[in-house]
Design a protein around this ligand. Sequence first.
Ligand SMILES: Cc1cc2nc3c(=O)[nH]c(=O)nc-3n(C[C@H](O)[C@H](O)[C@H](O)COP(=O)(O)O)c2cc1C
Length: 374
Amino acid sequence: MNSKYAPLFESFTFPSGVQVKNRIVMAPMTNFSSNPDGTVTDAEVKYYARRSGGVGMVVTACTYVTANGKGFQGEFGGDRDELIPSLQQHASGIKEQGAKAVLQIFHGGRQCPPELVPNKEVVSASAVPAEGGGKPVPRELTDQEIEAIIQDFGQTTRRAIEAGYDGVEIHGANGYLIQQFFSPHSNRREDRWGGSIEKRLTFPLAIVDEVKKVVAEHAEGPFIIGYRFSPEEPETPGITMAETFVLIDALLEKRLDYLHVSLQDFWSQPRRGVDDNRPRIEIIQERVGQKVPIIGVGSLYTADDVLKASQTGVPFIALGRELIIDPDWVQKVKEGRESEIATKIDKDKQEELMVPDPLWQAIIHSPGWFPGVE
Ligand SMILES: Cc1cc2nc3c(=O)[nH]c(=O)nc-3n(C[C@H](O)[C@H](O)[C@H](O)COP(=O)(O)O)c2cc1C
């Protein structure tokens, strides 16, 4: 290995005690490839195994914690005990290759396609549709339903423990239900779940508390709890950097294993809410310091891209698309073969890359989404 990359290969022990062998994480990526009953497919298990030999930790595609949270065609389920064997198959496919397996737990809220949820009834914090036109008007959840969804996040965590995952990541990012409660765009409630920023935090923090409680009760050894958030929203009203600091400060109190900053571009700058034009990730890293490890992500492809990102002081770097393009990324850097890393999808290599059909079709028919697909 070229010695300049050595910092990427330092092991790390999370606050819970789980140890990972290096600083590269596979970013959570939905693959549209599970069975209609919510079980994982063999193709999907092989796709993960193919990418779990080098990275320290894999964060899985999101899994829905309850039926009306299913956000994608072919999403796998974590909402029923009968799915535990499927989850087990998924977790061991990753762990057998040497990576830690972290299940991303999720509810899609107003972003769920109506045809995927019971009675085509899409739900959210308030009856405000997502922007973009033609989006369904969600039904506002009742107090009792909100309490039930918090329990559902806990129950899916219990299933993750029983299935052998090393941890869970609470999906509070990318505009899904947890973020919908925090956002002033989607949360217009005036009860205990909304109104002030503190009240908009009630739902996300209640989920964190429930997940922590379940882990304390059920996990027999160290178990990772991470939280993913998006630092800003484009909408007005919408989450600003200033509001994100309030979220971060509240999450710091919870003593989690990591915070995962969901960005499409690692180096992107704040839109509003802070008088600082450094990259968002640097501002966040400075605020958090050593209090909790951060995972950064977004449009990083080469070994030098990742090295430069890690030199900001962010302890973990996640790769999404790049690990689909080149599943041997970590091994190549480790063996001094970083010049052999592919950074564009090769449309002739589906089989070699072990990418299941539904994901492959989505990739090759979405110009501009992946490098190499115009
Ligand atoms: C195919 C695909 C599926 C994704 N699914 C998820 C998901 O299930 N959960 C999530 O938090 N982010 C998801 N993302 C976002 C990625 O985790 C990541 O933040 C984003 O792709 C930027 O990183 P990259 O440039 O390394 O791909 C997905 C991205 C892609 C490309």
